[in-house]
Design a binder for this molecule. Structure first.
Ligand code: PEP
Length: 250
């Protein structure tokens, strides 16, 4: 059976009180579903709290980014081994906010992906086009270049231990969800791209969709052949909204 993943990216939101209450509700509401994997990506300071609340449960957690270096004089940065030290299984790399606001280009993202795997983390590689790129008919070209940079650094076999999240930039935090058809078309393009290199890796690769996923659209998205779950931003910040998405997985 195909397992669907619902991953909550909390971005720079939260407090100890919020994290405690959100996680307690999510843990209570997501038990016992063999078809569902749930993960949360809190801001770094809340990782120990998430670890203490979720340890021993089926819920996994991860960092929202990592530095490509293993350690050293990089004030303000966090390494992959620091994330595993707090029980992280996953880490986001190349989120569009990192690319657009903090200037992380394709080569930088590829270095972070490689560092994640060296630290024993499963990278969630985020890719996606802006509205201008979509309207110029460049969606596939942009997504391919984002993936090619990682393939050049780490090789196709590395995707046996990675997740890809297709997140059209125009759909993130805007309320404008890609239609299931639009999302499926790009997901199929991504899977075909991997299939040309390695059929087994392509068949097993999890490709999540991100961009204004909600309880009202998740079931339609997750029903598509190549959409293996969702990376959820805004709707992951309240238990009710996040659980409504999780409940779409039966
Ligand atoms: C995200 O932050 O990755 C995201 C998809 O956000 P939202 O669900 O709010 O669009």
């Amino acid at each position: 059976m195909r397992r669907i993943m619902v991953a909550g990216n909390w971005k720079m939101h939260g407090s100890q009180t919020m994290v405690r209450s959100l996680l307690e509700s999510v843990l209570a509401g997501t038990r016992d579903n063999a078809a569902l994997d749930v993960a949360v990506f809190p801001p770094f300071p809340y990782l120990p709290l998430v670890q203490s609340l979720a340890a021993g449960s089926p819920l996994a957690w991860g960092g929202q980014n990592l530095n490509p270096h293993a350690q050293g004089a990089h004030t303000g940065e966090v390494s992959g081994s620091m994330l595993t030290d707090f029980g992280c299984r996953y880490v986001l790399v190349g989120h569009s906010e990192r690319r657009a606001i903090y200037g992380e280009g394709n080569a930088d993202v590829a270095a972070r992906y490689q560092a994640a795997q060296e630290a024993g983390l499963v990278p969630v590689l985020c890719v996606g086009e802006t509205i201008e790129q979509r309207e110029a008919g460049k969606t596939e070209q942009i997504v391919a270049a984002q993936i090619d940079a990682v393939l050049a650094e780490s090789g196709v076999q590395s995707f046996g231990e990675a997740i890809v999240a297709y997140e059209p930039v125009w759909a993130i935090g805007t309320g404008l969800t890609a239609t299931p058809e639009q999302a499926q078309a790009v997901h199929a393009f991504i899977r075909d791209k991997f299939a040309a290199l390695d059929g087994t890796i392509a068949g097993q690769l999890r490709i999540l969709y991100g961009g204004s996923v909600k309880g009202s659209n998740a079931a339609d998205l997750f029903a598509r052949n190549d959409i293996d779950g969702g990376l959820v931003g805004g709707a992951s910040l309240t238990a009710e909204d996040f659980l409504a998405i999780c409940r779409c997985v039966i």
